[in-house]
Design a protein around this ligand. Structure first.
Ligand code: ADP
Ligand code: MG
Length: 436
């Protein structure tokens, strides 16, 4: 962390909540009672699962959206629109294809009324700093993804903002390109060459957060709130293999799986279970593969999540989706950063395909109320058919349209695999193959 210059926090978020109206009436609360301050000289990370409201919070800070309640202040002033002093780097590059690199970077200054020569000078400086020297006159289509994201950075930096907001800035890049750009950013920051005071970076990548941040806020989902704050005192350059680094990554996994446990245990009867159970459309092939891998050597039914993420080359978020799905279906349990197969999980690993399908079907009917409902409706109707819309609107009583769409995709994929029902994409109809 650099020396702190003044006491008034750069950003002060107090009890901010945000909800969105649903077509069916009731509001969905996306952020609940979020507190957050950002001081000068620090890189703060916001770490949370997809859909937890990270981008929403960032948009509020950027002045692109207002909170439903609570206060959001920048240097003691209420944020009421895009503020001079805050700029944002987006996940996708958001460049104008008909403008050159130089013109794209200058754009941020035009809005501020900076005079032409000064504009050019500042833009060239930013381009130089971010490693785009020689590409001033190239068009975005002539650049690789990594270079385009560098233009995105240059455009955000050219105005010398106090606060740089970054929303998953490396997640659209391949692993190596992301690592290079990340390391370049950290180096520039450490050398004090970035014309900014502070950074707020949103990510769902645990290692990225530990690599870059002075402080990490772990966000919980449904609704999003700050569940935990961690300081990262490791000196730069940080080494992913350093035991202290590993330990921090491990403890964050533990924190995030603890929340997954409480979610499934505590929420009996309220949204999150019953028809409100949110499902992720993870493939049954991958689920079976994971169960098999866990049952076999060297895990014999129990594995450390960070280790497993490394071995399987999965992002934490993907692994959580898989782990939570197995937990939901009672094939595994998440606990203290580990995943442990249940008896049913071990049994599944040793069955033949047809028997696996039967066991899967049994668990779906027992543990996923929406699947039980669909099967009952199909059994009862004389023609054994029902439109997806009938169930989609019911799901939307409990969750946002995008969650409902994901949940329905999962139901369709798992129902097909287990042969509980069939689904026709053209007519959007469920039907029974083997009515009872
Ligand atoms: P994250 O960035 O953590 O993945 P987001 O902030 O993008 O999460 O979204 C959180 C939730 O808020 C999601 O369920 C999303 O569907 C919902 N949401 C975000 N923006 C809107 C909006 N403008 N209208 C309705 N729902 C929204
Ligand atoms: Mg987001």
């Amino acid at each position: 962390m650099r020396a702190q210059i003044e006491q008034v926090p750069l950003i002060d978020i107090k009890a901010v909540s945000r909800s969105f109206p649903k077509p069916t009436g009731k509001d969905v609360v996306v952020l609940a009672d979020v507190d957050l301050t950002i001081k000068e000289g620090e890189i703060v990370g916001l770490l949370g699962r997809s859909g937890s409201g990270k981008s929403t919070l960032l948009r509020i800070i950027a002045g692109l959206m207002s909170p439903s309640s609570g206060r959001a202040e920048f240097r003691g002033q209420s944020i009421s629109g895009p503020a001079v002093g805050i700029s944002m780097v987006f996940q996708s590059f958001a460049l104008f294809p008909w403008l050159t690199v130089l013109q794209n970077v200058e754009l941020g200054l035009e809005a501020k009324g900076v005079e032409r020569n000064e504009r050019r000078k500042l833009a060239l400086e930013a381009i130089d700093l971010i490693g785009l020297d020689g590409f001033e006159n190239a068009y975005p289509r002539e650049l690789s993804g990594g270079m385009r994201q560098r233009v995105g950075f240059a455009r955000a930096l050219v105005v010398h903002p106090d606060l740089l907001l970054m929303d998953e800035p490396f997640s659209a890049l391949d692993v190596l390109t992301a690592e290079t750009l990340r390391t370049d950013m950290i180096d520039l920051w450490i050398e004090g060459r970035l014309p900014i005071q502070s950074v707020l970076i949103v990510t769902h990548n645990i290692e990225e957060a530990v690599l870059m941040c002075d402080r990490i806020l772990v966000f919980s989902s449904n609704p999003g709130r700050v569940a935990r704050e961690l300081k990262v005192d490791l000196p730069h350059p940080r080494n992913r293999l350093d035991p202290a680094f590993r330990q921090l990554v491990d403890s964050i996994y533990t924190l995030m799986t603890q929340r997954a446990e409480t979610r499934s245990v505590e929420l009996e009867g309220i949204p999150g279970t019953g028809m409100g159970m949110v499902l992720q459309p993870v493939s049954t092939n991958i689920l079976s593969g994971l169960i098999e891998a866990l049952a076999a050597s060297p895990y014999h039914g129990k594995a450390d999540l960070p280790v497993l993420a490394g071995v399987l080359q999965l992002e934490a978020d993907e692994l959580f989706h898989l782990g939570e799905t197995l937990q939901l279906l009672r094939f595994a349990q998440l606990s203290e950063g580990d995943i442990v197969l249940t008896e049913a999980g071990k049994q599944f690993a040793h069955l033949e395909t047809d028997e696996r399908k039967r066991l899967f079907a049994e668990h779906l009917l027992t543990y996923v109320p929406a699947i039980g409902l669909i099967r009952r409706v199909l059994d009862e109707r004389p023609n054994h058919k029902a439109p997806a819309e009938r169930f989609r609107s019911e799901l939307e009583d409990y969750m946002t349209a995008s969650y409902a769409a994901n949940t329905l995709s999962a139901i369709i994929a798992w129902g097909r695999y287990s042969e509980l029902f069939a689904y026709d994409e053209q007519t959007e109809m469920f039907s029974l193959e083997n009515p009872i």
